[in-house]
Design a protein around this ligand. Structure first.
Ligand code: ADP
Length: 306
């Protein structure tokens, strides 16, 4: 069945990304809550139609580690994309001061299985692996979203914020600077996975912008510097070795998904007891208390200015 706007009751805004807003909606015929992403594109009807058709293959991308796709439609020059509502939001906001090893193992296992499914069963390379594109729910499920399925959509979204916080592998950064987009392979996603794990361990992006004079210096650090590592004090040798297998500068030397699944870090995850719903609940509390603090600070500053 095809979803359209008249079936949807709009609820609150869930977030804003680079390309548009995400709202919670109720699909009235099925009473299912969904997340609806609005992407504003200045395109003609035929190109919008092409995007909707390309997105259709997402109906086949059904796996426990992939956010369910419910359908897409366009109105005027906006594409609306409806997906499974994940009630804990994206991982970047749940990192707190760093995610403990057991939880990191669970999350990583889901990410690797999701990425392997996309590649083996769908012939899709994700191309945008980062904590913002990993969604979580209160049940403790961890799922990937925002992967590149529509060539037309990718081409239409202006790639404005290259740099800043780049999860791109060194070979991609070099390729982009030479205008060579053909260098993207599945192992570029493995780099981004490793970098995302470091971010999850620290609670922030591993290459802090303030330590570099500019974006160019940061990209140079990614391309030429030693790859970052998991902090020694808080993570086991297995966890640290796992990440180092992802963050090789030479793409051919990075582990494959099959090798990562066989790595002791993920083998142990299969038998380790981890209270994921408990972790999600406390991560949400921490996130919300930080947000409240920030809001109060802003209000105080506002009052002082008046
Ligand atoms: P970006 O363009 O930066 O990847 P998105 O536009 O995809 O960001 O999403 C913006 C925010 O909306 C996310 O950070 C997340 O908090 C929220 N969000 C996105 N998709 C969902 C979803 N399926 N369920 C719940 N929240 C979501």
């Amino acid at each position: 069945f095809a979803i359209n706007m008249t079936q949807l009751q709009l609820e609150e805004e869930l977030g804003r990304g680079n390309y548009g807003t995400v709202k919670k909606v109720l699909h009235k015929p099925t009473k299912v809550y969904m997340a609806m992403k609005e992407i504003r594109l200045e395109l003609d009807q035929s190109k919008l139609n092409a995007i909707i058709m390309e997105l259709d293959i997402l109906h086949r991308a059904a796996a426990p580690e992939i956010v369910d796709f419910y359908g897409a439609f366009f109105i005027e020059s906006c594409v609306y994309y409806c997906m499974e509502y994940m009630d804990a939001g994206s991982l970047d906001k749940l990192e707190g001061e760093g995610i403990p090893e057991g939880v990191l193992g669970r999350i990583t296992g889901s990410m690797v299985r999701g990425l392997k499914f996309l590649k083996d069963d769908m012939q899709i390379i994700h191309r945008d692996v980062k904590p913002t594109n990993v969604l979580v729910n209160r049940k403790g499920e961890v799922k990937l979203c925002d992967f590149g399925v529509s060539g037309q959509l990718e081409r239409s979204l202006a790639k404005t914020n290259i740099g800043c916080q780049s999860y791109m592998a060194p070979e991609r950064i070099k390729g982009e600077s030479q205008n060579n987009l053909g260098t993207y392979t599945v192992s570029s996603d493995v780099w981004s996975l490793g970098l995302s794990m470091i971010e999850m361990s620290l609670g922030h992006y591993p290459y802090p912008p303030e330590t570099y004079a500019n974006v160019f210096a940061q990209l140079t650090a990614i391309v030429h510097g030693d790859p970052p590592e998991l902090p020694e004090e808080r993570y086991s040798d297995d966890a640290r070795d796992f990440v180092s297998r992802c963050l090789h500068r030479v793409p051919e030397l990075r582990a494959t998904y099959a090798e990562l699944l066989d790595h002791p870090f993920l083998v142990e995850d299969q038998t380790r007891a981890v209270d994921m719903p408990g972790w999600v609940a406390q991560a949400i509390d921490y996130r919300d208390s930080k947000q409240r603090e920030q809001l109060e600070k802003q209000q105080q500053q506002h009052q002082q200015q008046q």
